[in-house]
Design a protein. Structure first.
Ligand SMILES: *Cc1c(COP(=O)(O)O)cnc(C)c1O
Length: 364
């Protein structure tokens, strides 16, 4: 892998005709250390946020010992790159074959579920194992978040008591987990969710050993400046300590975005300008999925000096589909012309890894 001091250096030296993903290991290391030192419990990296082997190794070396995996492919990937890591299979709908391989071949003991069917599946696929940590996923509001995770998974508090009791019977350790939605813009999201956790525990009258507050920890994007991360940790700690749970209960979280958002960016080239729309060489089918499909406004920067005032632009990606469109607005100097390089933060939300043509690393 080539190393450059800056993105500007790469753009000037190589003038890449294809998108280049730039890795910023120091930023992921810094984020990992922050969670390891400041979060009042254990932080699991949500691998689907950026399933890159280099990042997994780097997070492990920086003190992240637990990984939230969502597929068999992620189980195998983390096992191969961090053999000693603790893996937690936190997708509430799994294939029986995936559960069995995870349990018997990769030492996975923690599984999440949100239905009696999934509980029966886990018990059967592990041959009635007695060493399981089972986390019941509660449905909570995504009201404070920019990207909802509220409809797909989770049992409602009203329906949770029978499931918590059944999971308690089957589990060595019982957990309750939730996800407040991604990019939660207020710590209140966790306070509200913890109130639901409390209600569920009281209704079911079960002993809970793990409370997992999920992901949702925000990063900074144009037009989205969240409160300080420390205020999130404080709210979570206060509400965790007030829960009716065993004294030795553990607190977990599953940051994805907060650990990887600053790790990678992509250098693209402007191929054509049409008014305030720029045709660039990456887009909806590549590294910029979120910019196209959920209107995410990644930070962008022109890779040359310009004192011209920034104005709003939209982008078209390289395919022929109208859908390959990124509305933005992305603020760039008004004199952008074809051939100029610009750099955009890249954050792959999907399980598809960024598919860079080549990678390089840079310090800034
Ligand atoms: C996506 C996901 C995460 C990570 O969410 P972020 O908002 O990126 O922190 C954590 N847990 C689960 C179960 C997820 O699906």
């Amino acid at each position: 892998m080539r190393h450059y001091h800056s993105a500007l250096g790469l753009a000037a030296e190589v003038r890449p005709a294809q998108p280049v993903t730039l890795l910023r290991p120091h930023a992921a290391r810094r984020a990992a250390r922050y969670f390891v030192e400041k979060f009042p419990g254990t932080a699991l990296y949500a691998v689907k946020s950026n399933p890159s082997p280099e990042l997994i190794r780097l997070l492990w070396e920086s003190g992240i010992t637990h990984f939230d995996v969502a597929s068999l492919k992620e189980v195998r990937l983390v096992r191969a790159n961090a053999p000693q890591a603790t893996l937690c299979f936190m997708h509430p709908v799994k294939a029986p074959e995936a559960i069995a391989e995870a349990y018997f071949e990769h030492g996975v003991r923690t599984f999440s579920l949100d239905s009696h069917e999934e509980l029966a599946k886990i018990v059967a696929a592990t041959n009635g194992a007695t060493d399981l940590t089972l986390c019941v996923r509660l449905r909570v509001s995504s009201g404070h978040s920019k990207l909802s995770l509220a409809s797909k998974f989770g049992v409602s508090v009203e329906d949770s008591a029978p499931l918590l009791m059944a999971a308690r019977q089957a589990a060595d350790a019982l957990g309750v987990c939730f996800h407040v939605g991604s990019q939660a813009m207020s710590p209140q999201a966790y306070a509200d969710a913890m109130a639901l956790v409390r209600a569920a525990i009281v209704q079911a009258g079960v002993t809970v050993d793990v409370v997992d507050v999920g992901g949702g920890f925000p990063s900074i994007y144009p037009g989205m400046t969240p409160p300080d991360m420390a205020s999130y940790f404080q709210v979570i700690k206060t509400h965790f300590e007030a829960l009716p749970i065993s004294y030795s209960a553990e607190l977990w979280c599953e940051p994805g975005r907060a650990l990887c958002a600053e790790y990678a960016s992509v250098v693209v080239r402007v191929e054509r300008r049409r008014g305030d729309v720029l045709y660039i060489n990456d887009g909806a089918y590549g590294s910029l999925f979120d910019a196209a499909h959920v209107d995410w406004r990644f930070p962008v920067r022109l890779l040359r000096d310009s004192s011209v005032k920034p104005v709003p632009f939209s982008f078209y990606g390289p395919t022929c589909d109208d859908m390959d469109f990124m509305r933005g607005p992305f603020e760039l100097p008004a004199d952008v012309q074809p051939g100029t390089m610009s750099r955009s933060a890249c954050w792959a939300r999907t399980a598809r890894p960024c598919a860079p043509i080549s990678t390089a690393s840079s310090r800034i």
